[in-house]
Design a protein around this ligand. Structure first.
Ligand code: SDX
Length: 431
C-alpha cells in the first residue's frame, strides 16, 4: 500500500479532519478512516460494504467496468486456457507461477492427502440420505477440526501450510462422497495415478461393479470450471472466512463458515437456482414472461446468474464458461440442448432490454456453469458443492494472507443504532 502523502479533508460540525489516502497498484484510492471514530466521534455507514475496503490484498483484482479478473496479475482467460487448476492453486497460495519441479512437488503433496480419516465415514452415515450435499459439506468440513488437531494452531506457519494442503486435497473427496451418499452408492476412494479433476469425476461417477474410464474432455472442462471459481476478491463467503478467522478460530471451522455463506442463492447457490430457472422457463417463447417478472419491482423474482456487485460489464468467467459449454456439449454430441438454447436466447433478449442495460446487469459465472455440469451428469444439488470445492483455495489463500498480516485485528463492525433509548423494566402485572 503506497503512502501518497495525499489526504481527504472532512469537515462536519466543529470538526475539521484530515484522513490519509492510500493508493493501490491498480484500482481506486482508499480513504483511511481507522482514526475517524477516535478523532471525529462518528462512524461511517455502509451496509453491504458497497464502498468499503475491508483489507489490503495482493491476491486477486477485479476491474468491474472493464470486466477484468486478475489472479496475482494474470488474466483469468489466459489461466483458463493455458494453465490448470493445481497450478492456479499454487499461484494463489504462493504468489508466483511454479517452476516445473515446484509444481511437481505441490501436485504430489496434494495428491497424497486426498484420503479422509476413515472414521469420517460415520459422519456421513449420520445424515438422512436426502440431505442437501451442501449441508453435508458444511458439517463434514467443520468436523475436520475434530480429526486433524495437528493442523489447527493458526499461530504455527507449518500447521497453516498443512491445513491448506489438507483442505485443498480433501475437498473433492468430501464433495464426491456427499454425492455418493445422497444417491445411496458406495464411496469411491481417490487414486494417486489420476489428476485432480479426473479423480473427482471418478469418485463421483465410478461404481465398484465396473471399470470407469474418465472422459478427457470432461476432465479438462471440470478442471477449467475449478479454475474459473478459484478466487474472487472479498466476496461474501471470502469475507465470512476472513471475519471468522480474525478471532483465531481454526481453519476447518472457518472454511465451514465460508461453505455455509456460499450456499445462499444470491451467491454460490445461484448456479443451482439458475439451471432450475432455465428449466422452469423451458422454451424460448416463455422468456418474455420471466424478463417482465425480473423487471417488476413488486415481484421478488430475479434472473439467476445475472448481475453482480462488482462487474458492471461482462463477467470474464461467464465468457469462458459460455465457450466451454458450446465445446463440451458439441463434443458430447448433445446437439441443440434445450436448456442451452434457452440460456443463449435469454442472454440475448435480456441484454437487448433497456432495464438490464441501464442497471449494467450481465451474465455472471453462474449463468452457464450449470449447463456444463448438467451435461456432465451432475444433479443441480451438486453445483454449489463444486463451487465450494474450487473456492476453497481462494478462501485458504485469503485466510493465509490475513493471518500472516502483523496488523491483523479481530473484525468488529459498529452500527447505527435506531432502537429504544434507556428505559426501566416494567413488572408483568403493570404492563
Ligand atoms: C456470485 O461477490 C462475488 O464476487 C460473488 C461471485 C464470486 O465469485 O464469489 O462472483 C459469485 O455470487 C455471483 C452472483 C450470483 N448471484 C446471482 O446470480 C443471483 C441474481 N443476482 C442478484 O441477486 C444480484 O445481482 C447480486 C446479488 C449478484 C448483486 O446484487 P447487488 O450488487 O446488491 O445489486 P442490487 O441487488 O442492489 O441490484 C441493483 C439493481 C436493483 O434494482 P434497483 O433497486 O436499483 O431498482 O439491479 C437489480 C436490482 O433489483 N438487479 C436485478 C438482478 N440483479 C440486480 N434485477 C433482475 N435480475 C437480477 N439478477
Amino acid at each position: 500500500m503506497a503512502e501518497t502523502g495525499k489526504t481527504a479533508k472532512l469537515s462536519f460540525g466543529d470538526k475539521e479532519l484530515e484522513l490519509p489516502i492510500h493508493s493501490p497498484t491498480v484500482g481506486p484510492d482508499v480513504i483511511d478512516i481507522r482514526k475517524l471514530y477516535a478523532q471525529g466521534d462518528v462512524f461511517t455507514y455502509d451496509p453491504g460494504f458497497t464502498s468499503t475496503a475491508a483489507c489490503d490484498s495482493t491476491i486477486t483484482f477485479i476491474d468491474g467496468d472493464k470486466g477484468e479478473l486478475l489472479h496475482r496479475g494474470y488474466p483469468i482467460d489466459q489461466l483458463a486456457e493455458k494453465s490448470h487448476f493445481l497450478e492456479v492453486c499454487y499461484l494463489l497460495l504462493y504468489g508466483e507461477l511454479p517452476s516445473a519441479s515446484e509444481l511437481e512437488d505441490f501436485e504430489s503433496r496434494v495428491t497424497n492427502h486426498t484420503m479422509l480419516h476413515e472414521q469420517m465415514v460415520y459422519f456421513y452415515r449420520g445424515f438422512r440420505r436426502d440431505a442437501h450435499p451442501m449441508a453435508i459439506m458444511t458439517g463434514v468440513v467443520g468436523a475436520m477440526s475434530a480429526f486433524y488437531h495437528d493442523s489447527t494452531d493458526v499461530s504455527d506457519p507449518w500447521q497453516r501450510e498443512v491445513a491448506s494442503i489438507r483442505l485443498i486435497a480433501k475437498m473433492p473427496t468430501i464433495a464426491a462422497w456427499a454425492y455418493k451418499f445422497s444417491i445411496g452408492q458406495p464411496f469411491v476412494y481417490p487414486r494417486n495415478d489420476l489428476d485432480y479433476a479426473s479423480n473427482f469425476l471418478r469418485m463421483c461417477f465410478a461404481v465398484p461393479a465396473e471399470e470407469y474410464e474418465v472422459n478427457p474432455i470432461l476432465a479438462r472442462a471440470m478442471d477449467r470450471i475449478f479454475t474459473l471459481h478459484a478466487d474472487h476478491e472479498q466476496n461474501a463467503s471470502t469475507s465470512t472466512v476472513r471475519l471468522a478467522s480474525s478471532s483465531g478460530a481454526n481453519p476447518f471451522a472457518c472454511i465451514a463458515a465460508g461453505i455455509a455463506c456460499l450456499w445462499g442463492p444470491a451467491h454460490g447457490g445461484a448456479n443451482q437456482a439458475c439451471l432450475e430457472m432455465l428449466r422452469e422457463i423451458g422454451t424460448p417463447d416463455r422468456i418474455p414472461e420471466f424478463i417482465a417478472r425480473a423487471k417488476d419491482k413488486n415481484d421478488p423474482f430475479r434472473l439467476m446468474g445475472f448481475g453482480h456487485r462488482v462487474y458492471k460489464n461482462f463477467d470474464p468467467r461467464a465468457k469462458v464458461m459460455k465457450q466451454s459449454a458450446d465445446e463440451v456439449l458439441d463434443l458430447l454430441g448433445i446437439e441443440n440442448n434445450p436448456t442451452l438454447q434457452v440460456a443463449k436466447e435469454l442472454e440475448k433478449m435480456a441484454l437487448e432490454d433497456p432495464y438490464f442495460a441501464e442497471k449494467k446487469l450481465y451474465p455472471n459465472v453462474d449463468f452457464y456453469s450449470g449447463i456444463i455440469l448438467d451435461a456432465m451428469g451432475f444433479p443441480t444439488s451438486m453445483f454449489t458443492p463444486i463451487f465450494a470445492l474450487a473456492r476453497t483455495v481462494g478462501w485458504i489463500s485469503q485466510w493465509k494472507e490475513m493471518i500472516a498480516d502483523p496488523q491483523m485485528k479481530i473484525g468488529r463492525p459498529r452500527q447505527l443504532y435506531v432502537g429504544e433509548t434507556r428505559r426501566d423494566y416494567v413488572d408483568v402485572e403493570d404492563r
